[in-house]
Design a binder for this molecule. Structure first.
Ligand code: HEM
Ligand SMILES: [Cu+2]
Length: 537
């Protein structure tokens, strides 16, 4: 897609180039976007393991009725901290921070992001936010509000909710700064010839995400400050006894947190749009439709927050308007699924590991999306509200979506990042184990929810026992898959066979035209873009 005259006969990769620093300082003082991407990856891996352990503890508690492992208070704390870690530390920053940082500059033909030092600063804020969340575990009891910090309980509970909320607040800054950095980079630093409609689709999704981060995140920041004000000073924003309104909290919270779902899912869709054409050896079907659906999701996503509040008490008009808008925002997602499947249609598909993740993403995402419509319809929502159905739905979307895309991206770009290859048969074993575990873990929760099992309880009625056993074993299987994947990737990154192959999959974007692993500044000479990307004919 480009004419690239860079001479790479004698080059040092970004992994060898250490800026004259030693040990850990090569990393934590580096402003190279690629190293920063990996810094996020390593920090995230640590948090994710904590989050998964908490999830497993919940499933072990729920393996049988009655108390098996912990009592109600510990259970409340467990799902709260699990949720806070998974949402604010993993899936919101996840793909942009790791793969956006690593590949955004390369894919647009730039040497780095617009503000490299701000980029490193964002990582430090990210780590600080995580530490605050962990601090909330100590002292007078871990927070028990749920990750949504709903008022009035969040300013009444005696537990340590303040450090956790402060952690989320701090993490918001990291998110805003990364979004800002990406937007400026995309506007100002595209290589000559890379017009907007020649940009890779992953870049488009980072762009949409950047705007949501920039515009929506301040709202949750202010909201959490209001909760702090409520707790410390007793101001009365949300306290009915002082003329405040708990519903106000829910509105403010979801005005951010629904768009945040799209911060999570858009980059995941971007990754899938990269993987599908590469492994189908076909020009992507409907490039512009995918671009416009990305922008449409980023835009309409602001107007549907009320679907989280159908049972909270709103006017009839508000109810149906939010329901209608929720159905409208499903359309651009459906367009994307249609385009991915059309791209695969009559392609010459090679069933490599990244493709397996992408294809299973589409399957899981469709189930998540369709059950989202059940939640978006007023009548059915009332029935399944606050049941296990909701937990199943959002794990399909958030974990199935972001998680599967993340593993897909990891296997797609692995050799480019580390200059080594992973063991393909272990990677496939890991994938199938994970997939089977995932479906058996969350699948039964749809059924349980429809049958009336509420969420966020440490106990349940005898009649719910069967599906809960399947679900708990599913968790063990899925975690086994996760461990296989993780060990394979860690071992391969350290000892795997070395490779310098620039384009192992036959991809068409710029990252496949720089050496493996890339040099410090990606390009000796900025490439000139001539052709559109994703062209296979
Ligand atoms: C990316 C991965 C994951 C994300 C983003 C995630 C997110 C969440 C969130 C936000 C909650 C809501 C807590 C609440 O009700 O307030 C939750 C609950 C839960 N999660 Fe996860 N989770 C993930 C992985 C896991 C794993 C690996 C397991 C099990 C091994 C798990 C099991 C559960 C369970 C049992 C609940 C409690 C449901 C309830 O009773 O309310 N999750 N998760
Ligand atoms: Cu929503």
């Amino acid at each position: 897609m480009s004419s690239n005259t860079t001479d790479y006969t004698a080059y040092k990769s970004y992994l060898e180039e250490d800026g004259g620093r030693k040990g850990i300082f090569k990393w934590i003082l580096s402003t190279d976007h690629k190293r920063i991407g990996l810094l996020y990856l390593y920090a995230m891996m640590g948090w994710f393991i904590v989050g998964v352990v908490l999830g497993l503890l919940m499933k072990l508690e729920l393996i049988a009725p009655g108390k098996t492992l912990m009592g109600p208070q510990s259970y409340n704390a467990t799902f709260t901290v699990h949720g806070v870690i998974m949402i604010f530390l993993i899936v919101i920053p996840g793909l942009p921070a790791v793969f956006g940082n690593f590949f955004l500059p390369i894919q647009i033909g730039a040497k780095d992001v617009a503000f490299p030092r701000l980029n490193l600063f964002s990582w430090y804020i990210y780590v600080l936010g995580g530490i605050l969340v962990i601090i909330s575990l100590f002292g007078n009891g871990a927070p028990d509000t749920g990750w949504t910090f709903y008022a009035p309980y969040s300013f009444k509970t005696g537990t340590n909710m303040l450090p956790a909320a402060l952690g989320a607040f701090v993490l918001g800054f990291s998110s805003i700064l990364t979004g800002l950095n990406f937007i400026v980079t995309i506007h100002r630093m595209r290589a000559p010839g890379m017009s907007w409609f020649k940009m890779p689709l992953f870049i488009w999704t980072l762009y949409g995400t950047g705007w949501i981060q920039l515009l929506a995140t301040p709202i949750v920041g202010i909201t959490l400050l209001m909760v702090a004000g409520e707790r410390i000073l007793g101001i009365g924003f949300f306290d009915p006894a002082k003329g405040g309104d708990p519903l106000l909290y829910q509105h403010l919270f979801w005005i951010y947190s629904h768009p945040a779902v799209y911060i999570m899912i858009l980059p995941a869709m971007g990754v899938i749009s990269e993987i599908i054409p590469t492994f189908s050896k076909k020009t992507i079907f409907g490039y512009r439709a995918i671009v416009f659906s990305t922008l449409a999701i980023a835009f309409v996503g602001y107007f549907v927050w009320g679907h989280h509040m159908f049972t909270s008490g709103m006017s009839g008009t508000a109810l149906w308007a939010f329901s209608l808008l929720t159905f409208i925002v499903a359309i651009p997602s459906a367009i994307k699924v249609f385009n991915w499947i059309s791209t695969m249609h009559q392609g010459s598909i090679s069933v490599e590991v990244p493709f397996l993740w992408a294809a299973s993403f589409i399957f899981i995402f469709m189930i998540g999306g369709l059950t989202g419509l059940v939640l978006g319809s007023l009548a059915t929502n009332v029935h399944v509200h606050d049941t296990a159905f909701v937990v199943a739905h959002f794990h399909f979307i958030v974990f199935g979506g972001v998680g599967f895309a993340f593993f897909g991206a990891m296997h797609y770009w692995f050799s480019k990042i580390f200059g080594r290859v992973y063991d393909k048969s272990w990677a496939k074993t890991g994938w199938i184990t994970f997939f089977i575990g995932f479906v058996s873990l969350y699948g039964p929760m749809f059924y349980l929810g429809i049958k009336g099992m509420p969420r966020r309880y440490f106990d349940y009625l005898e009649e719910f026992h069967g599906p809960n056993i399947i679900s708990s074993f599913g968790a063990l299987v899925m975690i086994a898959g996760f461990v296989i994947i993780l060990i394979n990737l860690i071992k391969s990154a350290r000892h795997g066979e070395k490779t310098t192959e620039m384009n192992p999959w036959g991809g068409t974007n710029l990252e496949w035209q720089v050496p493996t692993p890339p040099p410090l500044e990606n390009f000796d000479e900025i490439p000139v873009i001539e052709k559109a990307t994703y062209k296979y004919d």
